[in-house]
Design a protein around this ligand. Structure first.
Ligand SMILES: Cc1cc2nc3c(=O)[nH]c(=O)nc-3n(C[C@H](O)[C@H](O)[C@H](O)COP(=O)(O)OP(=O)(O)OC[C@H]3O[C@@H](n4cnc5c(N)ncnc54)[C@H](O)[C@@H]3O)c2cc1C
Length: 408
């Protein structure tokens, strides 16, 4: 399909969302020009292995989503290692940092986010890292291979995955988490406590209610000073305290930004010629009944596909139950939904034994579910939550009732 008035599409951001979007544009039959601009020198790739297999030293190769020939065969022009520095909405051009101007009829913003840094003394000393890119992952993996002491700042998903991978590599690991529980932004205290036990059992020195006050060293990291004044000797610090959505280009171009580029259910920004997808969007999710900004593999993939189709003439709303996962030691964690609170919970299996599901209910509806080592069941949970079924609390808790049967 070629829209009469769309000859040229520019995609800014060659990460997961950018990669999936250009694939979906060609799959939708769009035959015009596509320019894909990426600040990293790499072809698009997915990030989940960066904190897991690739850090834990598993013998798997780094994989890109598509090889260079794939782009050539589809006539998709790649501009890698190049940053888009300005969007001129009047003339419909994107300017790159080498002065190139790319014309667009439709533009997709998929610039994701950057790892949040810390404003503390010593934060920029060599040996202090954040983790977002394959280059970050390789640099951290180099330290882990030496099996020294590593300090992880932040007890969220990324920090805890790094801690688990470092322990698997044989490093001594200290985790500093300012809050009194782990993964507290998204999950209830019960789950945080289970993961605190998991990490401690595996030898992590987990310090809750502890922050980092500074990093010291003569030309490189030598020690961390905690907020309680402890001095931790280390030559590697990894800060995992979330991301900042990369919205600067959009804001400078006058698009509506509010902790993310605001898009409607069709992934359109406040300029109908400009769409956005992935970690950087704040979108209205009709299934949740509110705006939300998600940082997850599923959202990057499926919102990008929806945006791409809509840019090519479809009118498909993007509406999905959020889902993400994390792997730490031998526990696979999966979360469906995004309830504002976990306060009406039903348990299936044995969560404390890391083999069960916690459901959050609102009236008769399931609004959230957390599965520990229940990957297979969680597939049916996702489908249940997307359906109009309202299983009873008794059926959800009863292991003799198959979740698949509740879909009938
Ligand atoms: C280490 C790690 C582990 C993860 N594990 C999981 C997991 O287990 N489960 C899960 O659900 N999710 C996980 N995620 C989250 C998931 O990977 C992200 O949600 C996803 O990568 C977001 O994709 P994106 O395309 O929106 O952004 P990104 O992947 O960040 O891609 C954006 C790209 O745009 C580029 N860019 C930015 N500005 C410009 C510019 N001006 N010009 C050109 N290019 C630009 C960036 O360099 C980047 O390459 C993980 C993330 C990380 C970092």
């Amino acid at each position: 399909m070629t829209l009469a008035n769309t000859q040229s599409i520019v995609v800014i951001g060659a990460g997961q969302a950018g990669g999936r979007a250009v694939e979906a544009m060609r799959a939708a039959g769009f035959e015009g020009n596509i320019d894909l601009v990426g600040a990293e020198p790499h072809l698009p790739y997915e990030r989940p292995p960066l904190s897991k297999e690739l850090l834990a030293g598993q013998d798997i190769p780094f994989q890109v989503m598509f090889p260079a020939e794939w782009f050539a065969e589809r006539n998709i022009a790649l501009h890698l290692g190049r940053c888009a520095v300005e969007i001129d909405r009047k003339s419909g051009h994107v300017q790159l940092d080498d002065g190139t101007h790319l014309p667009y009829d439709r533009l997709l913003l998929a610039t994701g986010g950057s790892a949040r840094g810390l404003d503390i003394p010593g934060a920029s000393l060599p040996g202090s890292h954040t983790l977002r890119t394959i280059d970050d992952s390789r640099a951290i993996a180099g330290h882990l291979a030496r099996q020294g002491h590593i300090v992880v700042v932040g007890g969220g998903f990324i920090g805890l995955e790094i801690a688990a991978s470092a322990r698997i590599r044989g490093c001594a690991v200290t985790v500093l988490e300012y809050a009194d529980r782990l993964m507290g932004r998204a999950l209830p205290a019960e789950i945080g406590a289970i993961f605190a036990d998991l990490h401690r059992e595996n030898g992590v020195d987990l310090r809750l209610g502890a922050g980092i006050a500074g990093i010291e060293g003569n030309g490189r990291v030598e020690r961390v000073i905690t907020t309680s004044g402890d001095r931790l000797e280390t030559n590697t610090v990894v800060v995992g305290v979330g991301i900042v959505p990369d919205t600067a280009l959009a804001a400078a171009a006058g698009l509506t930004v509010d902790d993310g580029i605001v898009v409607d259910t069709y992934c359109r920004t406040s300029d109908p010629a400009i769409y956005a997808a992935g970690d950087l969007t704040r979108h209205y999710n009709p299934l949740l009944g509110r705006h939300t900004r998600l940082e997850s593999w599923q959202n990057a993939q499926n919102q990008a596909i929806a945006a791409a189709r809509n840019m090519c003439g479809a009118e498909t709303p993007f509406a999905e139950i959020p889902w993400f996962w994390s792997d730490q030691f031998d526990v696979n964690l999966q979360v469906c939904g995004a309830p504002l609170d976990w306060n009406r919970m039903v348990m299936r299996g044995d969560i404390a034994a890391r083999d069960g599901i916690l459901f959050q209910r609102d009236g008769d509806a399931i609004t959230g579910a957390i599965g520990l080592n229940r990957a297979r069941d969680m597939r049916f949970v996702k489908r249940l939550m997307s359906s109009d079924k309202s299983p009873s609390a008794d059926d959800l808790a009863d292991e003799s009732v198959a979740l698949r049967d509740l879909l009938r």
